[in-house]
Design a protein. Structure first.
Length: 571
């Protein structure tokens, strides 16, 4: 089937006498006339040398380009930024992390718009880059295929598989005298042995599972670790498949629907995935004009069994999922149990149910349970609501034994102060750390708190204290850690009104978060509350703080598809 380029966006830069100057640029890059006459496919990756998460993406992009070229398309490679959370963690650099999701989506949109590309294949390796590219695909609504760059191989230390989280927790052990500096050095040298994103069911692997469940990625494509050459096969196939999507006129908003978003939330819960999915799924939905907020996400979490025994709450890593049969066997058992909508379209051109026809659940493995023998009957992530978080909050309960906690507040207005408190062992059993003014607007940037939570866990206090914040937690966080408390402190949410010693009651069974202070006292505190200034009064973080919305709606920064009067793909 010949593709009529007269109906595609790239006609604006390649067809007709008036586009001779534009074509001259393509000739300058070595293209032939026949190349210019084909559809232009953007091949975007978040490759950089900031961390191992993205280092294999440029290699995989070449395989995508080969697939596009061999299917009568002309690939146009470009890179966008990414901020790697493991490097940004524990200091002011983490304020850049969530903001980078918007920059990735915005810069991808601008590159595609500016050069009139007809389709998009996106490769991402680290946390925010995955939702950022999926958001851009839905915003542009050109035929698109997403592909994860793959996870890191597990390290080995004292006969056990380890990840970078073990290093973060070892910092806590060292500070409390339970590990020597030599042991910490030995662990840091072996924890991350290859290219690829963090190996546990942290944010990158959570969103990689989402990419298959939501239908934007080819089945099995998220499984193989980054160093494996098998990844290049899926990259090649992704390049070929995007050309089929152009021919069939299948676009992201045909794929990302209310049902497919529910499928995505289901796999997050079933795998004990990152709480960050509670931000990213509403943001992806927003690009499609679908109302799907934190309340909708947690409703799915409430009724989904927890099936995958993955770190940080469990035993295994992404490589083990790959060897057990990949993401499709998780989707398969969820479908068999009635938890997945099988009629959702995917980038294969077929439905989820059709994709699963040849998939058999592997009973000869211990990583993933069948739907009727779960690790627990409800998902590994739980939503909380109450007078402390009227718009909601979220907690990862995978691997937790105690689902209730009552304690006294210990308040901090930034993460650094809380970390110093932990490092100096200046807290006690029963404390509830309150870290506030770290929300999307107040941070600005909604930092993750892994350095603090990992240090607590490393000191052996992980189940003896709790922590709540209007910021975020790493997907690697474990323990009773409640994030995304909304409204945030910067807009005088109730978390801003907590005093040291106030009683806080957390119940992940009932889904409640209560500040045991009467309304009259809270009103009095509200009357004397003063807006807190930040040091970010110019630049990107200032711009972000001016437009960002509530975490409960995905911390988005623009009106979304609901307010569109035109879609890029229709130009």
């Amino acid at each position: 089937m010949t593709i009529d380029k007269k109906k595609l966006p790239s006609r604006h830069v390649s067809l007709g006498p008036e586009r001779a100057p534009h074509r001259s640029y393509y000739y300058a890059m070595g293209l032939e006339e026949s190349d210019i006459e084909k559809p232009f496919v953007g091949v975007v990756s978040t490759w950089n040398e900031a961390a191992p998460c993205n280092i294999a993406l440029m290699r995989q992009a070449q395989s995508v380009k080969k697939g596009v070229s061999e299917s009568d398309g002309t690939p146009r490679e470009f890179c966008t930024i990414t901020v790697t959370d493991g490097i940004a963690m524990g200091h002011q650099g983490m304020k850049s992390s969530l903001v980078s999701r918007e920059v990735i989506a915005d810069s991808t949109e601008l590159t595609v718009r500016g050069h009139c590309y007809d389709a998009l294949v996106g490769l991402a390796g680290c946390d925010k880059s995955l939702p950022g590219l999926m958001m851009a695909m839905c915003r542009l609504n050109v035929p698109s295929v997403f592909m994860y760059g793959g996870s890191i191989l597990p390290g080995r230390y004292k006969g056990k598989d380890v990840t970078v989280v073990d290093v973060f927790e070892a910092v806590g052990k060292f500070s409390s005298g339970n590990a020597t500096e030599e042991e910490l050095k030995e662990l840091e040298c072996v924890a991350c042995p290859s290219a690829g994103a963090c190996g546990g069911q942290f944010t990158a692997n959570t969103m990689a599972c989402v990419s298959e469940a939501i239908g934007l990625a080819l089945p099995y494509s998220s499984g193989a670790p980054a160093p494996y050459e098998e990844r290049d096969k899926y990259a090649y196939e992704s390049g070929k498949q995007v050309m089929n999507l152009i021919k069939e006129n299948i676009k992201p908003r045909d794929i990302v629907t209310r049902k497919s978003l529910e499928n995505a939330a289901t796999i997050v819960a079933a795998t004990g995935g990152s709480t960050n999915a509670g931000l990213h799924l509403p943001a992806i939905a927003h690009e499609c004009g679908i109302k799907f907020n934190l309340d909708d996400v947690v409703e799915i979490f409430k009724k989904t069994p927890y099936l995958a025994d993955l770190k940080p709450g469990g035993q295994y890593v992404a490589k083990d999922v790959y060897e057990a049969g990949g993401v499709p066997i998780i989707i398969k058992t969820l479908f068999d149990g009635g938890y997945i909508h099988g009629d959702c379209l995917t980038v294969t051109g077929k439905t989820i149910e059709e994709n699963l026809k040849s998939v058999q659940f592997n009973t000869d493995q211990k990583v993933i349970r069948p739907f009727d023998n779960p690790l627990s009957p409800t998902g590994g992530v739980v939503g909380l609501k109450g007078n402390l978080a009227p718009d909601g909050a979220i907690v990862k309960v995978a691997g937790m034994e105690k689902l209730k906690f009552t304690g006294k507040a210990k308040c901090f207005d930034c993460e650094e102060d809380a970390f110093e408190c932990v490092k100096n062992n200046n807290y006690k059993e029963g404390d509830v750390f309150v870290i506030r003014y770290e929300g999307p607007k107040g941070g600005p940037g909604m930092r993750e708190m892994l350095s603090t939570t990992a240090a607590i866990y490393g000191q052996g206090m992980g189940d003896k204290v709790a922590l709540i914040t209007d910021g975020r937690f790493s997907g690697a966080t474990r323990g009773f850690c409640v994030g995304h408390v909304s409204p945030e402190a910067a807009v005088c949410g109730p978390i801003a009104l907590i005093n040291d010693g106030d009683e806080i009651i957390l119940d992940a069974e009932q889904g409640t978060i209560v500040l045991n202070v009467c309304d009259k006292v809270l009103d009095e505190r509200k009357n004397i509350w003063k807006e807190r200034k930040t040091d970010f009064n110019s630049g990107t973080l200032w711009k972000y703080s001016q437009t960002v919305g509530s975490a409960s709606s995905g911390a988005v920064t623009h009106p979304g598809a609901e307010e569109e009067s035109h879609i890029y793909a229709d130009i």
